[in-house]
Write a protein that binds this ligand. Structure first.
Ligand code: HEC
Ligand code: HEC
Ligand code: HEC
Length: 462
């Protein structure tokens, strides 16, 4: 019995002597705690948890349904469970999946898994991610679900052809974090782990992102298809719906807190802020901002926003021109003010708001119907809420007020019709405030600013 004891004490000595050693890996190699921590950070930058966790499920145990044009695909268990998860995957298996979408079993995954973006990751970052998934995540026995895709579309071999056509193999090289924000690190985060283009770039007929990087073409991040009915705006440095009016600081603040004086996060972006970007370092967010501000106009060059003070002055003086203005004054101006400037970070400005500069009124209509809540974050825990108006205003009034905000104060977008509102009414259930309870961190913060439309804040003098 001497040998195992000797072995144990030697191992213990190893664990105790090295400051960074956490536990024993399966191969009895010491685990580098710093590497695991780096992997945890990168997993947040890649928002793995958002897709790989079912509602109320254990983190990373998979089972979330992700809709694709041919049916629902379920995310998989990526915990280190040996049978249900990826516990028996080697580093090489993991790296191959992340770079090429090919699993340990040899088939290609659906591109609902953003491996065409992750393929940019260099070996050091992939090693850190692997260390985290092997040693920083508790194993879960949850079995994987089969996709709801009917045969013959369910056959996986076309996915390999898809990969050859649409997922080029870039030369993977990590761009490590620097002391100061850099364009290179920003490009690496946005085009790689952040996979921002998965939502913000338009997709082609085969579900492929039309561009995977800024150097591919100007459709990169120029706005994507709607996610759960919410249009996804352009992140390029352009007018007419892009980020031209945003400073780098505005972008950092938005990604950190879900809000800034120009806008507030809603729809699918709430999850991105809540699970991913709020955890990134100020320097990394600065790098992301540098990169986004470097993306020029695309094929069209929309005219810049020019503020028009007339509407605000009229409303303030009680001059109301039309039904839309009246509804706005009665229902909205309490928070968003008669000049459309909102109220700091509490209530977003509507004048110049990028969401209100395109011909598509969908976001405006959906927000008024369903209400909205800014995500609760570490730096800004209050889940500021706008109550739903579906039960308070009819289709015609909602169309009028949305047309009003889309065309006032200098905003130059399209008007809305009552039939558009009627259509969207079905698919716009009232939004539940995103309190901290909704998140794994589970910090419930009662928000003093959560108000019902028509009460306190809304009744303040505009
Ligand atoms: C946008 C959603 C999404 C994100 C973000 C995402 N994944 Fe996935 N991932 C999926 C889906 C869906 C599948 C399963 C696809 C299939 O079955 O064809 C998958 C499959 C995988 C697999 C294969 C597992 C198996 O058992 O075959 C691994 C490993 C994986 N993802 C790791 C990651 C890591 C690590 C991250 C974060 C860096 C991540 N994923 C982020 C959607 C996502
Ligand atoms: C109680 C205060 C309040 C009232 C009243 C109110 N809103 Fe809002 N509104 C908010 C808050 C808070 C947000 C941010 C919610 C989010 O982004 O998730 C918001 C967001 C919006 C947005 C999206 C802008 C963005 O960048 O997030 C639009 C458009 C909007 N409101 C229009 C209206 C209209 C039209 C009315 C009247 C019918 C109205 N609001 C009434 C508080 C209010
Ligand atoms: C799951 C889909 C999804 C992903 C991934 C995603 N976004 Fe978004 N994003 C949205 C949606 C939907 C909106 C529109 C709602 C809003 O403005 O908050 C949005 C809005 C934004 C806005 C506000 C733009 C405006 O005009 O108001 C910024 C900035 C942004 N995203 C940055 C990013 C960055 C940076 C990434 C990558 C790290 C990213 N997004 C990844 C869905 C996504």
């Amino acid at each position: 019995m001497a040998r195992p004891t000797l072995f144990l004490s030697a191992a213990l000595a190893l664990v105790c002597s090295a400051g960074t050693v956490l536990a024993q890996s399966p191969a009895n190699a010491p685990v580098d705690a710093q590497l695991v921590a780096k992997g945890a950070y990168l997993a947040r930058a890649g928002d793995c948890v958002a897709c790989h966790t079912a509602p109320q499920g254990q983190p990373f145990a998979g089972g979330l349904a992700i809709s694709t044009p041919i049916g629902a695909v379920y995310s998989t268990n990526i915990t280190p469970d040996k049978t249900a998860g990826i516990g028996d995957w080697s580093y090489e298996d993991f790296a191959r999946l992340m770079r090429t979408g090919v699993t340990k079993a040899g088939y290609t995954v659906y591109p609902a898994m953003p491996y065409p973006s992750f393929s940019r990751l260099g070996d050091d970052d992939l090693h850190a991610l692997y260390a985290y998934f092997m040693h920083g995540v508790p194993p879960a026995p949850t079995p994987n679900k089969k996709a709801d895709i009917p045969w013959p579309l369910s056959m996986r071999f076309p996915l390999a052809l898809w990969r050859m056509a649409f997922a080029p193999a870039p030369l993977p090289t990590s761009v490590p974090a620097e002391a100061q924000p850099t364009l290179l690190r920003g490009a690496y985060l946005v085009q790689g782990l952040g996979h921002c283009g998965a939502c913000h770039t338009a997709r082609g007929v085969a579900f492929q992102e039309k561009a995977l990087t800024a150097s591919d073409s100007a459709v990169y991040l120029a706005g994507g298809a709607a996610i759960d009915g919410w249009p996804v705006p352009s992140l390029r440095n352009t007018h007419g719906g892009g980020l031209a009016l945003w400073s780098k600081e505005d972008i950092v603040e938005f990604l950190q807190t879900g809000r800034n004086p120009r806008s507030a996060s809603f729809g699918g972006m709430n999850d991105v802020v809540a699970h991913s970007t709020q955890y990134l370092s100020e320097t990394d967010l600065g790098s992301i901002a540098l990169f986004l501000k470097s993306l020029p106009d695309g094929t069209s060059v929309p005219p810049p926003f020019v503020p028009d003070p007339k509407v605000g002055q009229d409303l303030h003086a009680g001059v109301v021109n039309g039904r839309g203005a009246q509804v706005y004054l009665d229902r909205c101006a309490g928070c968003h003010r008669s000049d459309g400037q909102g109220n700091g970070k509490a209530f977003p400005a509507l004048a110049g708001n990028a969401v209100l500069q395109t011909s598509d009124p969908t976001s405006g209509i959906k927000i008024v119907l369903s209400g909205s809540a800014v995500p609760s974050t570490m730096k800004a825990p209050s889940a500021l809420t706008m109550a739903p108006y579906a039960g308070l205003l009819n289709d015609a009034d909602i169309a009028e007020v949305v047309s009003f905000i889309q065309t006032s104060w200098g905003n130059r977008s399209g008007t809305a019709t009552a039939s558009q509102v009627a259509k969207l009414r079905q698919s716009s259930p009232a939004v539940q405030p995103m309190t901290a309870a909704a998140f794994a961190a589970g910090r419930v913060v009662p928000s003093p600013l959560v108000t019902q439309a028509g009460t306190s804040a809304a009744q303040g003098k505009p």
